[in-house]
Write a protein that binds this ligand. Structure first.
Ligand SMILES: [Zn+2]
Length: 356
């Protein structure tokens, strides 16, 4: 059952049962989002510069056996989603895959902090989602209860593709986009995000975040309710596991680990990331020991470097497809298993509470 609150909230979808059933339920409830995303995907692929829709189908199919072997549950959900939306599975899987493209400096800001620095002894994983503004209507808050696995609350594109989430075992998945230069055919970067949210221990969650045989990678930030905080900076062929030694961490969209510098595709496209990283660090450091939701609201609403600030706004000088905007902000409280979600820019909206 989907529940729509007032206009300035994200849709919510509730799904349970087998992975296929979960995908099917979400597909039925989010069919309108899926159809619009499918249309954009097809036109993007058929644009000059795209690889062509038919080629994308053929290309993506090659990674399917690897995805199925790594996380069959995720593929089953996508199969159910295809049935629920009425879109054929090959297209749904192709929409789940990565394609070579020039990074336009898009990307998100993340903050994680453990209980020693927070007012109420809470572990937080916090994320601003910064993408093309046209993506905002595609986000659904998914409440997922798989059989014999932890329950999940996630911010999902089309209801099915997670970009940030947590589970009832206290594991969170947040993170940001990187632009590695070693892309190859392999497991798409979205599949590990889904797999992390199945796990019940930090050990397994870290393994899930960085499979061998991947074709691309996000910087997957993986935390648990004990306050273990890892930034898994991946490319297709290498990674570094950055640990929050001091109990807190900021990450944006460039490689921080010297081991990974050689995988940065083009640092000249990362100026927004550099500004957001340093600015967030400086603002957040001041609040250590007193951190609560008002801290995140302040830091994540910051406008230094506007339009490409921590709270990002669409630059009117750029074309619609090149703009970036913060479409939501989310704080996962891993101690109380609660998510605080702000629709749109955090400088304008309020954080609302959602329980797993
Ligand atoms: Zn703003």
């Amino acid at each position: 059952m989907a529940r729509r609150r007032s206009e300035k909230c994200f849709r919510e979808v509730f799904a349970s049962g087998s992975h296929f059933q979960i995908g099917k339920t979400i597909g039925r409830e989010c069919r309108d989002q899926a159809l619009k995303m499918e249309k954009l995907f097809k036109s993007g692929m058929n644009d000059p510069g795209g690889m062509g829709f038919k080629k994308a189908i053929a290309y993506s199919k090659k990674s399917l056996p690897m995805s199925r072997q790594f996380c069959p549950e995720s593929v089953e959900e996508l199969e159910g989603y295809a049935e629920g939306t009425g879109i054929d599975f090959d297209t749904i899987y192709a929409m789940s895959c990565d394609y070579p493209q020039e990074g336009r400096g898009r990307g998100c800001t993340d903050i994680c902090v453990n209980s020693e620095w927070t007012k109420d002894d809470v572990v937080y994983a916090v994320h601003n989602e910064d993408v093309g503004p046209y993506n905002q209507p595609f986000i659904t808050i998914a409440h997922i209860r798989p059989k014999d696995e932890p329950a999940i609350l996630a911010m999902n594109y089309g209801g099915i593709w997670p970009t940030a989430g947590m589970n009832s075992a206290g594991i969170s998945l947040t993170g940001n986009a990187l632009e590695p230069n070693d892309l190859r055919l392999g497991i798409p970067k979205g599949i590990p995000c889904r797999k992390v949210l199945r796990e019940t221990s930090i050990y397994k969650a870290l393994m899930a975040s960085m499979p061998e045989g991947r074709g691309h990678s996000f910087n997957n930030i993986v935390c648990d309710s004990n306050g273990e905080i890892y930034s898994m900076e991946g490319s297709a062929t290498a990674f570094d596991a950055l640990y929050a030694e001091e109990g807190w961490m900021i990450h944006t969209n460039h490689y921080l680990s010297p081991k990974m510098w050689k995988f940065e595709a083009n640092l000249h496209t990362r100026f927004s990331s550099i500004v957001r990283y340093n600015r967030a660090k400086r603002l957040f450091r001041r609040e250590l020991g007193e951190v609560d939701m008002s801290t995140f609201k302040r830091v994540l609403s910051d406008h230094v470097g506007y339009y490409e600030s921590i709270c990002r706004h669409a630059d009117p000088e750029l074309g619609e497809w090149d703009q970036t905007k913060t479409i939501f902000s989310v704080a996962f409280d891993l101690t109380n298993k609660v998510a605080w979600v702000c629709w749109g820019n955090p400088c304008e909206g309020e954080y609302r509470k959602y329980e797993i």
